[in-house]
Design a protein around this ligand. Structure first.
Ligand SMILES: NC(=O)c1ccc[n+]([C@@H]2O[C@H](COP(=O)([O-])OP(=O)(O)OC[C@H]3O[C@@H](n4cnc5c(N)ncnc54)[C@H](O)[C@@H]3O)[C@@H](O)[C@H]2O)c1
Length: 294
């Protein structure tokens, strides 16, 4: 099956990134959200990102203009009716996603593949809202989408091999390296390994074993990671990580995903990382600075 037209539901951080790389790769893309303010914000993020690539001479003016020409926005989900692939990137909420998928199932022609960018919700639970679970697949991108190279392709209980193949080829065609997740297990591959590390780093800090600087330095120098787990948590958002961990914990009952008290207190206090100016480090000066006292 050939993908030509792609519909992206949700114009937030991930949806706009997915729309951008897809339009850049030459597909006709429609990006949807609930109101025009949000689609405009998504388009602004895309213009800004493409503008940066252009000013750094990573892309040409022609590529920049062609990507924008391939993009349109809409607030009407019915406009997905002529698309070959829909990628959903709405809020991480099973009920919201199920509603979107049930509507898409009614709107889209039978050949359309419905992909979800969920981080932690089982693909099979989302697919159950449709009458085409064989055509529902996980395509898990990483943030920021235009820069991060990975896309995990996740097989739900009923996803067909053809759907996996088409989703994988599409993700590769928009410039991503892919890995196949063959079982619909919470956390897929990357988060299943990374989240417990983030929680264990917080437990170590809570127990006073080492400072945030030394925990991060140990992992950067000892394992050659580009960032330590705590500075990465600050970048991602400690609330985002906590919620992803809780979702996996609720699904599996595995205690290694249960956020320790320190993480829960930091979220309650609004110490969420870069976005609030403080997390495991302080960002109020615009730079990452130490402030943690043990
Ligand atoms: N942020 C990340 O780093 C990251 C990484 C990988 C996966 N994800 C997943 O991607 C998805 C989107 O995350 P995000 O960070 O882009 O969120 P976001 O809050 O930036 O964007 C979500 C967008 O969805 C829109 N939306 C909500 N309900 C809708 C509906 N019914 N129809 C259309 N649009 C609707 C919202 O208005 C919002 O613009 C989530 O499932 C999240 O778990 C996020």
């Amino acid at each position: 099956m050939e993908i030509k037209k792609v519909f992206v539901v949700g114009s937030g951080l991930m949806g706009s990134g997915i729309a951008q790389v897809t339009a850049f790769a030459g597909y006709q893309v429609k990006m949807h959200d609930v109101d025009e303010e949000r689609t405009a914000k998504g388009m602004e993020a895309i213009r800004s990102s493409l503008g940066k690539f252009l000013s750094k001479e990573k892309i040409t003016q022609e590529q920049h203009d062609a990507a924008l020409a391939n993009l349109a926005t809409t607030t009407d989900l019915k406009e997905a009716s002529d698309c070959d692939l829909v990628v959903e990137a709405v809020f991480e909420d099973l009920e919201v996603k199920r509603q979107v998928f049930a509507q898409l199932d009614e709107i889209c022609p039978p050949h359309t593949i419905l992909a979800t960018n969920t981080s932690a919700i089982p693909i099979s639970s989302i697919a159950a809202a449709t009458k085409r679970p064989d055509k529902v697949v996980g395509t898990h991108f990483f943030s920021p989408v235009p820069l991060m190279r990975l896309c995990e392709i996740i097989r739900g209980l009923q996803t067909s091999e053809e759907t996996m193949d088409v989703a994988e080829k599409w993700a590769q065609s928009v410039g991503k390296e892919t890995v196949r997740v063959l079982k619909d297990h919470a956390g897929f591959i990357a988060n299943r390994l990374y989240l417990p590390m983030g929680m264990e780093a917080a437990r170590m800090l809570e127990a006073g074993v080492a400072t945030p600087e030394d925990i991060d330095k140990a992992m950067r120098l000892g394992y050659n990671l580009p960032m330590g787990p705590l500075e990465l948590a600050d970048m991602t958002g400690i609330d985002v990580l906590m919620n992803a961990c809780l979702a996996i914990y609720n699904d599996t009952g595995d205690p290694k995903y249960y956020p320790p008290p320190l993480v829960r207190r930091m979220v309650a206090a609004g110490l969420l990382g870069r976005k609030t100016g403080r997390g495991y480090y302080d960002y109020s000066s615009g730079k990452q600075e130490s402030y943690w006292k043990l």
